[in-house]
Design a protein around this ligand. Structure first.
Ligand code: NAD
Length: 458
């Protein structure tokens, strides 16, 4: 491999390092290795796979400072937050190191006295995984850990913006005793050309993708050619409903944490904040004070809370959403403009209403649009009025309202007085255009298992 591409820091605009630039020839070679490796890996015991996964987790934790630094450099996540991501990434490896041992089959009563029905879960086969840049470590382990635990081999294509963390994870896998051909990482500057080889090859039995809905829809269609199983973790447009009886102070701190994490570039970031008339003004005042105090800066600085956006395209989208809202009558109570380089000022917009772009699309930036409401039913209707269905949040002290609204929200994940509903043991994923399948928990490993029905006549 001689070709490389430069990985650019969004904070400095300078190259951080060169990454190997893989193309179709390397993709074919990697598939051949993954197919051979699968035959051996699938026959290891769950206990052997578990031991390697545990060793991998230990090595990741021991490298948390290095991994966090790489993330801060290649995609701009503040380094303190990036260390948190390493722990989150490791939690999936630890969970699936255990879950590997709990892939149970079943026996089913037969209608014929001389027959026995067995149901055996089997690894689906070699997996092609594609991940985004916004969680350079966790989006990888959320796929690779259950796939490897199930007995699949994995070829992972990281995002062009964040290949360095992925390469380091593959090195740690090998240091942990994992076979190199069982988990391969293939960075590329041309994801379309590289991926085409995988979609055409029937030996790849599964696509696991995390990224935008637009790309996910295309890849699902391409996967159909060779009838691959698919898991798709796509875009979100999370509503955050704050009812009249909410604990406003807690809601303020949790909306801020949800909204400004990773500079607003997560699929579950609060994107539309609906606040009841009764608490609207108090919420806006306290929230604005918290947002104004956020420290924007160099992602490598331990004090930074909000780093730059990942690239010029992302920055332009955020600016366009804010400009559109302001032109249509919204008011920037805090921020409202770009900052130095790829930074964007943490922004609070009030007077946001239907028809503004910011309420239609994922902004993926540090902008909090606030919408006033007076009727609960209307707020729920507005929250559901979107093609997306990943995460939603609601704030109330009333148990009946909490259940009523949580059940009415058309989303895969609902946080009730909880701005961070994400855990390795729980099912993460969306409905509608936010995707297909779940990552995490006992459900996450099922995505990498096929069921074989064995019928035995005695
Ligand atoms: P993206 O869809 O542009 O890219 C994601 C990945 O797909 C990258 O690795 C990219 O190289 C690859 N890719 C793009 N076009 C491709 C093609 N035609 N063929 C093959 N590969 C292709 O998304 P992004 O900007 O990197 O990530 C942000 C998006 O990801 C947001 O929409 C966000 O909501 C979503 N996301 C979802 C989840 C979730 O769990 N649901 C988690 C994180 C991010």
């Amino acid at each position: 491999m001689s070709a490389t591409f430069a990985v650019m820091s969004p904070a400095t605009g300078r190259s951080v390092a060169d990454a190997p630039d893989n193309g179709p020839a390397e993709a074919k070679a990697a598939i051949a290795k993954a197919v051979t490796a699968f035959e051996t890996w699938r026959r290891t015991t769950a206990y052997e796979r578990s031991a390697i996964l545990r060793a991998w987790a230990t090595r990741m934790l021991a490298s948390d400072a290095d991994l966090a630094r790489l993330m801060a450099q290649e995609m701009g996540k503040p380094v303190t937050e990036a260390r948190g991501e390493v722990r989150y990434a490791v939690s999936f490896v630890e969970w699936y190191a255990e879950e590997a041992k709990r892939v149970y089959g079943e026996t089913v009563p037969s209608q014929a006295a001389h027959k026995r029905i067995l149901v055996q879960p089997q690894p689906v086969g070699p997996v092609y995984a594609i991940t985004p840049w916004n969680f350079p470590a966790a989006m990888i382990t959320r796929k690779a850990a259950p796939a490897l635990a199930a007995g699949c081999s994995v070829i992972l294509k990281p995002a062009e913006q964040s290949p360095l963390t992925a390469i380091r994870l593959a090195e740690l896998w090998v240091e942990a005793g994992g076979p190199a051909d069982v988990f391969q990482v293939l960075p590329t500057s041309d994801p379309v050309a590289l991926s085409g080889v995988f979609f055409d090859d029937p030996a790849i039995r599964k696509l696991s993708f995390t990224g935008s809905t637009e790309v996910g829809v295309k890849l699902a269609a391409q996967s159909a050619k060779t009838m691959k199983r698919v898991s798709l973790e796509l875009g979100g447009h999370a509503p955050f409903l704050i009812f009249a009886d909410a604990d406003v102070d807690r809601a303020v701190s949790e909306v801020a944490a949800s909204k400004f994490r990773n500079a607003g570039q997560t699929c579950v970031c609060a994107n539309r904040i609906y606040v009841h008339d009764a608490v609207h003004d108090a919420f806006v005042e306290r929230f604005s004070a918290v947002v104004s105090a956020l420290r924007v800066g160099d992602p490598l600085d331990e004090a930074t809370q909000v780093g730059p956006l990942v690239d010029a395209q992302g920055h332009e989208k955020v600016r366009a959403h804010v400009d559109d809202a302001l032109a249509r009558g919204a008011r920037a109570v805090v921020g409202g403009k770009g900052g130095e380089g790829l930074h964007f000022q943490p922004t609070v917009l009030t007077g946001v209403s239907r028809g503004m772009r910011i309420l239609e699309e994922e902004t993926f930036g540090p902008v909090a649009p606030i919408i006033r409401f007076s009727e609960d039913e209307d707020a729920v209707r507005q929250a559901n009025d979107t093609p997306f269905g990943l995460a939603a949040y609601l704030w109330t002290r009333d148990l009946s309202r909490a259940f009523r609204v949580a059940e009415a929200l058309d989303y895969g994940i609902v946080g009730v007085n909880d701005g961070l509903p994400s855990a390795a043991q729980a099912p993460f994923g969306g409905v509608k255009m936010s995707g297909v399948g779940r990552e995490g928990g006992k459900w996450g490993i099922e995505e990498y298992l096929d069921l074989k029905f064995i019928s035995i006549a005695l």
